[in-house]
Design a protein around this ligand. Structure first.
Ligand code: 13P
Length: 248
């Protein structure tokens, strides 16, 4: 069975004071046990040490990105080795905001995923189509190409979670319907079965992201192939606790 996974992507938000408040709220929350749900929050780099040192021990932290190879003369970047050095267990890679705004290609994201895994990080790898691509009927081609660039470079999938985040649903309040999410998750799982292995298809968690909130999480999370969420805006609010509880 695939353990439910709830990630909170804080994106480029928060002051130190706000971060402390969010951590306090999380620390006081009554949530299902670690056997039922894996909770990972992803603050901006600069707050990672603060969050890691103050967050309850049954929740984990993720960076929102890392460099594609060994650190060195790459001004402004943070390497996978540095995250490992600070005991940061997870990293989000290939978020659509980085793909779109920072021109990260499928191949570049695939290289990042492979490098981060090789350093011992666990990876939340994001895929998803734009509205234009969905309307053109190419959703599965887009998502398959993004996943293929990872599959071409990765052989051990045990530390990978795939986040399906349709770009049109991110930050828009236009959540995918449970049926729309289930359809893509099911097709992604079939893609993994055909192109990687039945075992990887059966065990890899595929989580949904894009306008998930306290009101829609239960029905989305009830879909057979939706193994959790990657939450943006609502992960900064107490509502995130309700989303964690959707695991039950
Ligand atoms: P929203 O939940 O704000 O739509 O963001 C989703 C997301 O991009 C998570 O990575």
């Amino acid at each position: 069975a695939r353990k439910f996974f709830v990630g909170g992507n804080w994106k480029c938000n928060g002051t130190a004071e706000e971060v402390k408040k969010i951590v306090n709220t999380l620390n006081e929350a009554q949530v299902p046990s670690q056997d039922v749900v894996e909770v990972v929050v992803s603050p901006p780099y600069v707050f990672l040490p603060l969050v890691k040192s103050t967050l309850r021990s049954d929740f984990y932290v993720a960076a929102q990105n890392c460099w594609v190879k060994k650190g060195g003369a790459f001004t402004g970047e943070v390497s996978a080795e540095m995250l490992v050095n600070l005991d940061i267990p997870w990293v989000i890679l290939g978020h659509s905001e980085r793909r779109a705004l920072l021109n990260e290609s499928n191949e570049f994201v695939g290289d990042k995923v492979a490098y981060a895994l090789a350093q011992g990080l666990k990876v939340i790898a994001c895929v998803g189509e734009t509205l234009e691509q969905r309307e053109a009927g190419s959703t599965m081609d887009v998502v398959a190409a993004q996943t293929k660039a990872i599959a071409d470079r990765v052989s051990n999938w045990s530390n990978v979670v795939i986040a399906y985040e349709p770009v049109w649903a991110i930050g828009t309040g236009k959540v995918a319907s449970p049926a729309q999410a289930q359809e893509v998750h099911d097709e992604l799982r079939k893609w993994l079965a055909k192109n990687v292995s039945d075992d990887v298809a059966a065990t890899t968690r595929i989580i949904y992201g894009g306008s998930v909130n306290g009101g829609n999480c239960k029905e989305l999370g009830g879909q057979a192939d939706v193994d959790g969420f990657l939450v943006g805006g609502a992960s900064l609010k107490p509502e995130f606790i309700d989303i964690i509880k959707a695991a039950e």
